[in-house]
Design a binder for this molecule. Structure first.
Ligand SMILES: [Zn+2]
Ligand SMILES: [Zn+2]
Length: 406
């Protein structure tokens, strides 16, 4: 549907009128963070807010009562567009001294997901109030465990059928290094895939004075650190982007003993799905080859944590761009630079067209320019209504586009 300029203005006004309520709710959620797959109270709170709107939320992913979905039926038939927010906190102890400081040690909303929840709830409220004019259905997805890595909440929800009947999906991330209220969009690759690996080189322990009687696993580990970079520098098109990092290295305990084994683990990231799919085989060849050169066995584990990069659909992102221009104005819009960080929104995009975008929440005055995942992280609550207006307006645009293209 084309809601027109007056429609967008109405959505913006309604979002602004919810500002105080949004801030209060965001701070309440911030005070009570829950880690990945433990978002029990958060999910109940979200469900109760959706019930207040007359929706019928469903709680649960697999056997766990976390994560919430709800459908809003429009007044006319049409496609189904999904809006997604992630809801989990991180295992970090907050070091901010604010009235809404996390009440738990070892858990903190340090990525802004508390803001995402409130933005999507407000969008649900705005859209509910105008449902008669919606040509289709909007599915609200409050996803657990974005931060979990191996056991991604998106993967779990998709396995449970959350995308059934959905034609397109949008997701937002508040971002602290983007000035508050500014919006960044990008068609194509935006965030990287992320694989985790572990290699154990097994040699033969021995006395440090008699290396010829031992098989030194530390040599294989040292050689592998250098060899690994040839994946990047010699085996990948230099115009493509790939990162291979060693994050952990452990071997030995005593200065005069050659350790029996050396264990290392790390991360590989790229924007290119074809490259990503070819890395595992090449990685294994290198690790096993280096191990053989130094007479060590190499045990290799290679896991796709977020095996897909975040790649925004071109047509959908154009639609987002033109919608966002009407919500925040051209002067507040910018094309995003790709980031090597990852997001499990990519799981949805591997199935259907999706658009993921950033809303700036950084303000020096509000002390909210601190990097995500820092114990000092905070967001500028004044941007919450902008987020809600963007999500609600884009949902309307997605319904319209799909109806016309059918
Ligand atoms: Zn995060
Ligand atoms: Zn996040």
């Amino acid at each position: 549907m084309d809601i027109g300029t007056s429609g967008i203005e109405k959505i913006k006004d309604r979002a602004l009128s919810l500002a105080e309520e949004m801030t209060r709710l965001r701070r309440g959620i911030h005070e009570n963070p829950e880690l990945s797959w433990q978002e029990f109270a958060t999910s109940r709170l979200i469900a109760s807010k959706l019930e207040e709107l007359g929706l019928e939320p469903r709680i649960g992913v697999g056997d766990l009562p976390v994560g919430v979905t709800a459908d809003l039926e429009g007044g006319a038939p049409g496609p189904c567009a999904a809006l997604r927010a992630d809801i989990d906190a991180l295992a970090i102890t907050e070091e901010n001294n604010v009235p809404y400081k996390s009440c738990k040690s070892g858990a903190m909303h340090a990525c802004g997901h508390d803001g995402h929840i409130v933005i999507l709830l407000a969008a649900a409220k705005i859209l509910s109030e105008m449902k008669e004019s919606l040509p289709g259905r909007v599915r609200f997805i409050f996803q657990p465990a974005e931060e979990h890595g191996h056991r991604s909440g998106a993967r779990g929800m998709i396995n449970d059928g959350v995308l059934e009947g959905v034609s397109s999906i949008a997701g937002l991330h508040l971002w602290s290094d983007i000035p508050a209220g500014k919006v960044q969009w990008k068609a194509g690759p935006l965030m990287a895939s992320s694989d985790a690996w572990k290699v154990v080189f097994k040699g033969k322990g021995g006395h440090g004075a008699m290396p010829h009687l031992a098989v030194d696993a530390t040599l294989a580990a040292a050689a592998f650190i250098f060899a690994l970079q040839t994946l990047v520098s010699r085996e990948t098109d230099p115009l493509e982007t790939i990162v291979a990092s060693v994050g952990k290295l452990e071997a030995g305990q005593v200065i005069n003993i050659i350790p029996e084994s050396a264990e290392m683990s790390g991360n590989v990231r790229t924007f290119n799905r074809t490259i990503r799919d070819s890395v595992e085989e090449r990685f294994r060849r290198l690790a096993e080859g280096v191990g053989a050169t130094y007479r060590c066995g190499a045990q290799v584990r290679y896991d796709g944590v977020y095996p897909y990069p975040v790649v925004n659909d071109g047509a959908l992102t154009n639609l987002f761009r033109s919608t966002a221009a009407r919500v925040v104005g051209e002067e507040n819009l910018r094309e995003a630079a790709p980031r090597m960080t990852s997001e499990d929104f990519s799981f949805y995009q591997a199935k259907i067209p999706g658009c993921f975008f950033f809303l700036g929440s950084g303000s020096e005055e509000k002390k909210s320019t601190v990097p995500h995942h820092s114990p000092h992280f905070d967001i500028d609550d004044d941007v919450l209504p902008t987020g809600a207006a963007l999500m609600a307006s884009f949902a309307c645009a997605m319904l319209g586009r799909q109806r016309f293209s059918e």
